[in-house]
Design a protein around this ligand. Structure first.
Ligand SMILES: Cc1ncc(COP(=O)(O)O)c(C=O)c1O
Length: 504
């Protein structure tokens, strides 16, 4: 059998894609499509790699991996991370419940987000969950709740610095906007201007224990340059705040998430090309308007091939390189700025970098549709939709894919791989595909983070199931929705029912 290793959990064997020991075509047949599939061993490996990589570069204190549960809050996946000793970064009451239900130690949970309701704060204080403060009135509210409960709440500020050193364009916008500007428009965190006074105030409150400091900028760039730049600013700010707060010393520093996936699906290269294409094609299209339609289309046909896209071959740095760049720079810069790092706990909150490549999405080809006039176009119509993969749509991702039952077949057409919602639903525009037939299975890679959890029911489509694989074992960990589920929340007022009967 010819086996080709694609990455740690994916192989091709005699023309078929396998995830761990499971044939993806057999999974699609057994569990139906569309389907999310998660590799248990990949999740475990990623968690261990983050833990080890950062621990090696941060020898002064403990390192805690607090994966961002928002990326994938399916309880079974979370339980696996809990077994690996990971904590959790959470945002809402629902995510708190998911974390606690899945066995995360409360002392390893951080709740972040602005506008936290008192009910959530109270639950966190009762459970001993640390609160990452984002609003100016939050310390006072936490203090009152802690006082009433007769306890001391652990808090830290989520700091919103400026980054004049980060001038390269951010990947989070389709426009060319610097990372610094992108971060300025991002709502989260307390602007640094308020922190000196707020911190002094908090230090006076006996029911608040200001244990550390929190930063999260997100994945604006995959490069190590970006991480070194972030860490320099974080270190400088931490030192400044420590001085402002009368020699206060952080017991923990949380640097948030934002570590790019190795097969980085942002493919900014492709997006930049889009911008160029738009600027070139629009003036050209205006000129072509001067020609009669037949001549216009004849000319356009010559250019169609130029739009073909291929997923980027470039790879983001490995987890170990991020560990060295982030933790190493932070340690060096803190020491340089006079902050003693001995015994300081380092925390990180990877989302995409930890869950992403552990998941794939399988979809079945329903139709291969073609037109040759006036312009040649091909569509691979699948049984999924980008409404099930919305995380990627929000972030303009363009990822890798494999025809799971034709892994060795050469490309035959350039086609749009599209979803079956009534929207354009272009999941993969203008990609090279083999000779496709209805029933073929397409595997979209790197779907473990943000996709399943942001799926919606547009067109009243029931959301897909998720299956966990470990070796050759496969188990459903989130079942597919039924039509009954889709309409479960609907309530028809009695008066409308009566009117309906009268109309009949
Ligand atoms: C506070 C916080 N931590 C961690 C993350 C995870 O980020 P990523 O998935 O880019 O690693 C997020 C995501 O937005 C976040 O808001």
């Amino acid at each position: 059998m010819a086996i080709t290793q694609i990455d740690e959990c994916l192989t091709t064997r005699d023309g078929r894609l396998f995830i761990e020991g499971c044939d993806t075509v057999a999974l699609a047949r057994r569990f139906g499509t569309p389907l999310f599939v998660i590799s248990e061993n990949q999740l475990r490996r990623n968690t261990r790699r983050f833990q080890q990589a950062f621990a090696e570069a941060w020898p002064d204190g403990a390192v805690e991996v607090l994966p961002a549960i928002k990326a994938n809050w399916i309880l079974a996946t979370r339980l696996i991370l809990s077994q690996e000793g990971a904590g959790a970064d959470i945002y809402s009451e629902g995510e708190l419940q998911a974390a606690l239900n899945a066995g995360v130690a409360p002392g390893k949970i951080s709740v972040n987000g602005g506008g936290k309701p008192d009910a959530l704060i109270e639950k966190c204080v009762r459970a001993g969950v640390r609160i990452t403060v984002e609003d100016l009135d939050e310390p006072g509210r936490i203090d009152r709740i802690a006082l009433r409960l007769g306890t001391r709440a652990r808090i830290r500020f989520r700091v919103k610095p400026s980054f004049p050193n980060l001038w390269r364009p951010t990947d989070f916008a389709q426009e060319k906007v610097s990372i610094d500007l992108g971060l300025q428009t991002y709502k989260s965190g307390i602007p640094a201007q308020y922190l000196p006074e707020l911190g002094r105030e908090v230090l006076q409150r006996p029911n608040l224990d200001m244990v550390g400091i929190h930063f999260h900028a997100g994945r604006h760039h995959a490069s190590l340059w970006y991480w070194r730049g972030l860490m320099k600013r974080y270190a400088r700010l931490t030192a400044e705040l420590a001085r402002e707060w009368g020699g206060w010393r952080p017991r923990e520093i949380d640097i948030g998430g934002g570590f790019a996936l190795h097969r980085d699906p942002h493919n900014k290269l492709g997006l930049r090309r889009d911008v160029v294409e738009t600027w070139l094609t629009w003036p050209l299209a205006c000129l072509l308007q001067l020609l009669p339609p037949t001549r216009r289309y004849a000319l356009m046909r010559r250019f169609v091939g130029l739009f073909t896209k291929t997923p980027s071959r470039r790879r983001a740095p490995a987890i170990e390189a991020y560990g060295r760049a982030a933790a190493g720079t932070l340690r060096r810069e803190l020491r340089r700025a006079g902050v003693d790092t001995t015994g300081v706990r380092l925390q990180l909150e990877p989302g995409r970098g930890l869950y992403g490549n552990a998941g794939i999405h399988l979809t079945r080809v329903k139709q291969f549709k073609q037109q040759t006039e006036p312009l040649p176009m091909n569509w691979v119509l699948t049984d999924t939709t980008y409404f099930f993969l919305s995380g990627g749509v929000y972030e303009y991702q363009f990822g890798h894919f494999i025809f799971a039952n034709r892994t060795d077949d050469p490309p035959e057409h350039v086609a749009d791989v599209v979803g079956h919602s009534c929207m354009a639903d272009r999941i993969l525009p203008f990609v090279r595909v083999p000779a496709v037939a209805p029933g073929d299975i397409v595997a979209l890679l790197d779907m473990g983070a943000y996709q399943e959890v942001s799926a919606s029911n547009f067109n009243a489509l029931p959301r897909p199931a998720t299956v966990l694989v470990e070796g050759s074992r496969a188990e459903v960990i989130r079942r597919a929705e039924t039509l009954e589920d889709v309409f479960r929340r609907d309530i028809i007022p009695e008066r409308l029912r009566l009117q309906g009967q009268a109309a009949v």
